[in-house]
Design a protein around this ligand. Sequence first.
Ligand SMILES: NC(=O)c1ccc[n+]([C@@H]2O[C@H](COP(=O)([O-])OP(=O)(O)OC[C@H]3O[C@@H](n4cnc5c(N)ncnc54)[C@H](OP(=O)(O)O)[C@@H]3O)[C@@H](O)[C@H]2O)c1
Length: 270
Amino acid sequence: MQIRKLGKSGLLVPTVGMGTWRTFDIRGNQAEANARLVVDTALSAGVTFFDTSPMYGEAERVLGLGLKGRRKTVRIATKVWADNTSQGLSQAKRSLSYFGDCIDLYQIHNLLNWEDHLTMIERLKKEGKVLALGATYYSSHSFLELRRVMESGKIEAVQIPYNVEQREVEKDILPLAADLDLGVVIMRPFGGGNHLLRRPSESQLAPLAPFGVTTWAQALLKWSLSDPRCHSAIPATSKSEHVLENAAAGDPPWFGQDERNYVLRLAQKL
Ligand SMILES: NC(=O)c1ccc[n+]([C@@H]2O[C@H](COP(=O)([O-])OP(=O)(O)OC[C@H]3O[C@@H](n4cnc5c(N)ncnc54)[C@H](OP(=O)(O)O)[C@@H]3O)[C@@H](O)[C@H]2O)c1
């Protein structure tokens, strides 16, 4: 059995979680019922980690509704995304109201005003309303700044883009995260869906079957999660069938270097 070290917060197990950008930014009974179905399916498939943000419009509210009565069975990662401390505090209050007065992983979204927000989040942590602190950035442009936040010693997890096209984190961020024992959440595992527009054939995927991988989405997810420095990958989806397909890629056996290289070669040929 492959044993994977957890980040120091201990919150993140290597598995497929779920993002909510765009897919949960919805309104109306029908759309909200569909979101609830997606959450139901995710829970039934063993998904226990959900990522959201006040930046995603209705997503926090819709996720909170979808989880009604089941909040305690999952881990919630949300974010503060505010220009100043008072806005940040209002956001925090609203987020806490959606998630039973507790946020498992509270992240600084896009590093905006991070020093001030870290102080606010540390206070919430002391009050028991936040369990772990994190920071996110969506592109390599601010990885230098992200490294400063990581090195501050104040956060327990980072959320970064990592997929077959965006591999900049391999240079500094993943090694640093491993050195500091930080949890790593992978955003955009499908490049926002672009990497699924073209797919390899069944016969090209066949060598990955011993790893429980039968679809291209599963190959891409397992590719990222098979880096031992990574923890949860958080694909977003509005479709229950995709939830099931994605969740099935979250268990060992993980790919070795040969299989990871093979997936990269397949991606380059598309
Ligand atoms: N902190 C940040 O700056 C930041 C930035 C970006 C993202 N994020 C987080 O990371 C999460 C994931 O990133 P993302 O939403 O940008 O992109 P993504 O997860 O890479 O891709 C999402 C797209 O893939 C499609 N998809 C999902 N599973 C599929 C499957 N099995 N087969 C075919 N299509 C599938 C979805 O469409 P369907 O609805 O049709 O399934 C959706 O359009 C976000 O939701 C958010 O929580 C954070």
